[in-house]
Design a protein around this ligand. Sequence first.
Ligand code: C2E
Ligand code: MG
Ligand code: MG
Length: 593
Amino acid sequence: MRNQHETSRLDALHQLKLLDTPASESFDRITRMASQIFGLPVAAVSLTDHDRQWFKSRVGVDHCTIPRAGAPCAEVAESTQALVIEDFLEDPDYAESPLGRAGTRFYAGAPLVTNEGYGLGALCVLGTEPRKASSAELAALADLAAMVMAQIELQHAFGRIDPISGMPTRNQFREDLMDLARDHAGKQYFAVVVDLAREDQISRITRAMGAVRVDQMVHEAAQALRAALGPGRNAYQVGTAQFGFISPSNVEWSDYIELLRTSFASMRASSSVRFVTNVNIGVRSFVAGSVSVDDVIRGATSAAQDAREAEGAIALYSPARDTAHRRQYGLLQDFGTALEAGNQLRLVYQPRIDLSTGACIGAEALLRWRHQVLGDVSPAEFIPIIEQTSLARPTTQWVLDTAMDQLAAWQRGGLAMTLSANISAANLGEADLSERITTGLAWRELPFSCLEIELTESAIMDQPDQALAMLRRFRDAGVCLAIDDFGTGHSSLAYLQRLPAQIVKIDQTFIRDLIRATGSDFVLVETMIGLAHRLGYRVVAEGVETAEAAVILEELGCEEAQGFWFARPMEADQFVMWLSDRREASLAFPYAA
Ligand code: C2E
Ligand code: MG
Ligand code: MG
């Protein structure tokens, strides 16, 4: 039976994951030197496994393994002492060994020993003639064995230790979590991810102070974290400025969060970049062995992101938020496919009504997505997600092209119509957008007046200068512009005055419950219409759901309205049918639904 030391020795060997890996020049050059120094034909880096010697590197031998029993290298590994056999035939232990019987007469081996003192095997030279080994030769062999060990340790550390923080990497975190799942299954732990700064904060530091400053911050935080965790507990670097670690088992959540809070308060207070960063902490509780290690890390990382909005900058992993994030990610992935597939996206059209005549004077084109698995997904859900990505441009282009194609088709059929299409804040950076629109209209022989562009007030206020530049380009190109969702974007009067838009669309939240005089919405809407008129805008009310609201708006001088009271958004052919029905009826009853 193998003793405890042998079990640990084998464990140390297996941890290095060296066995049965391909030959490598970094080891072979050391083996060649050993063979040259001794002037002998055979040399090897020989590792001692359960029952075999396996050669990581060899010269002068074809096979890469021999039985452990009777191999001198096994004795070197077990004793961690050098061994010289001057003549096999004279040696009672080895004369009848497999090597001895195969004609080997001389052996010299230096041990390969880890920092912890485990003998992994030997660097050895063999000869077919008996001989002695000089002390110089043996000293050289010991040096070469040390070089082999340095190479083994270097390879092992590569990709496992971050050079800046000196902490084990995410790979190592995964491996250690796997060990935890195997050795401590069923125990309760917390995985913690500490986020030193947001991406934008890191880029700001890099930009102002250079990347070295970020490295310094990481290094400094790594030291503070090691001090906070105390000896014997590992922290890992899991992202550029992110560390992870595992709590001791079966600690109480309330105690643990208190500990995190106090440790990190002092870490934050001592950081040299504390004024320009936010340290956020995400925690995921898990039972070892019952969750995949990737889910553990992902959960804690996603909680750290949630922590940016959480009180006290510490957040516990929430499966509901995680599901929401994953849905968002999935939608983003699938939307790219939908754009290419062409049969999942379509536009629907919601009529815009002239309140003084009751006539339909145009429609808003609204994007619809029928997801192959999830069914209809609302633009209110997917637009904000894709707006933040490079899909914003092709999406808006798809909407504009489809709207213009529809206008052209209607025009060919004798229907002159005006459509409004929505663009996103993300499109504000596209200097050629107005040109793409005017070229598209001209190419389809459509008048410029038949396509209006809607941009939300909040999109405008997010990037006021860029928006102003874009809106001016629209005005110069003769494209009509509407400020969408007006009243929700906090624009100032001074700014509004400078905006070269023609239309203001009052947001539906003010209109939906509009009732006469008594409601506070009434006062707001009255003021907004008055203000917009004085600034020279035409006013459209969105979200008109009742006859009463329609009447009030007309009395307040609002020019146009849109809403379920008149019509829901419709498919193109449905819209045309609705239009012809409506044109007959509206003459007699201006506000008939
Ligand atoms: P929006 O541009 O303000 O469009 C009006 C939204 O209000 C539409 O929702 C419409 O269906 C809904 N609506 C119309 N009348 C009523 C009503 O009486 N009551 C209620 N409760 N709702 C009404 P939808 O189609 O779900 O679009 C939501 C938002 O998604 C749009 O708001 C717009 O911001 C965005 N969106 C839609 N299509 C596009 C697009 O093609 N491009 C971009 N960038 N955004 C789009
Ligand atoms: Mg709109
Ligand atoms: Mg709107």
